[in-house]
Design a protein around this ligand. Structure first.
Ligand code: NAD
Ligand code: MLT
Length: 312
């Protein structure tokens, strides 16, 4: 059987696939039409976020049994089209949790202390100590929207900075939140009270534009907001306007509605000095990439051997 790996995958995962005895082909950077040509006789497709597995691609796949995503989000796969054709769509939900949580912490600290801006200033031979006054986390309120794997890890880390944590997640009970030391609140309450807000939900019809002008209107002018989850949970145009007008103090953004964001609403976020950005680096650590590659390789082999999928 044939496995096509169409995005870069860590060597540890590739070796597991190759050692399984299946025919493994690595072919990255394919256009939709090129993928349609190659997918015909493929039994398993391994992707990260680069490959768009559209309905056309799925339509052209005669033998495909599993689409394996080395990572969490399956928003680059037409899951409905795959499901209709009986193709399993599988992900690796745990492998990059800590890396994404740590990147969120790094972004929160960087935006609190203006680290990227101060670094750029000093490297251009300026010594601007007054310009980059920061704020502490101590005794401040952190709002965490989405209390799943990553949100919970972020909350835990900022509790050690002596922050009070408010959380919103319609699928988390009071008891569960309490056991994490988190007080449940509505999104609006979080927006009113928090000094820092971080979003950790999937992008769904309920979370798209969850943070918009109405929410920025009630935030403190000193509030800072972070998105290391998915572009679009925070409305990009509303965020750029809120920072520009001084409704909030700053933002740290790792993910965009369109990636790269150069020709979309995300472009506005690149222009502000008060918004720091990274190019979707949440899972970009050596450890996370090894973890997700190993996890997806085992999943693919299980399915091709008829043993069923573990994740969905
Ligand atoms: P998870 O499934 O463990 O947690 C998501 C949480 O969001 C769940 O607890 C769920 O109940 C909650 N949720 C769902 N709908 C909600 C709503 N309407 N309002 C509030 N909460 C809601 O997922 P995770 O592994 O913690 O990942 C969180 C996000 O981070 C996902 O969007 C994922 O794709 C993204 N992610 C990004 C990177 C990156 O590189 N930046 C890396 C890994 C994951
Ligand atoms: C994910 O969903 O796992 C992350 O966004 C990271 C990635 O795309 O690799």
């Amino acid at each position: 059987m044939k496995i096509l790996v169409s995005d870069s995958l860590s060597g540890e995962g590739l070796n597991i696939l190759k050692d399984s005895g299946f025919d493994v082909v690595v072919d990255t950077g394919l256009s939709e039409d090129q993928l349609i040509e190659k997918i015909k006789d493929v039994d398993a497709l391994v992707i990260r976020s680069g490959t768009q597995v559209t309905a056309r691609v799925i339509e052209a796949a005669d033998n495909l049994k599993i689409i394996g995503r080395a990572g969490v989000g399956v928003d680059n796969v037409d899951v409905d089209a795959a499901t209709k054709k009986g193709i399993i769509v599988s992900n690796t939900p745990d492998g990059n949790t800590l890396s994404a949580a740590e990147h969120t912490c790094a972004m929160m600290m960087a935006v609190a202390r203006n680290i990227p801006q101060a670094c750029a200033s000093l490297k251009s031979e300026k010594w601007e100590r007054n310009k980059f006054m920061g704020v502490e986390f101590n005794k401040k309120v952190l709002g965490v929207i989405g209390l799943g794997r990553i949100g919970a890890e972020v909350a835990k880390r900022f509790q050690s900075f002596n922050m009070t944590v408010l959380g919103y997640d319609p699928f988390v009970s009071e008891e569960r939140a309490k056991s994490m030391g988190i007080t449940l609140a509505t999104v609006e309450e979080i927006c009113r009270k928090a000094d820092f807000i971080t979003v950790h939900t999937p992008l769904t019809k309920d979370t798209k534009n969850l943070i918009n002008t109405a929410m920025f209107d009630v935030m403190k002018p000193t509030a800072r907001i972070v998105n290391c989850a998915r572009g679009g949970i925070i409305n990009e145009e509303d965020l750029a306007a809120a920072v520009e007008s001084g409704k909030i103090a700053g933002a740290a953004i790792d993910v965009f509605v369109e990636e790269p964001p150069f020709n979309s609403s995300g472009a506005g976020l690149l222009k502000s000095d008060k918004i720091i950005v990274t190019p979707h680096l949440g899972a970009s650590t050596v450890e996370a990439q090894v973890n997700v590659a190993i996890d997806i390789a085992h999943e693919i082999i299980n399915v091709l051997n008829g043993e069923g999928a573990k994740s969905a």
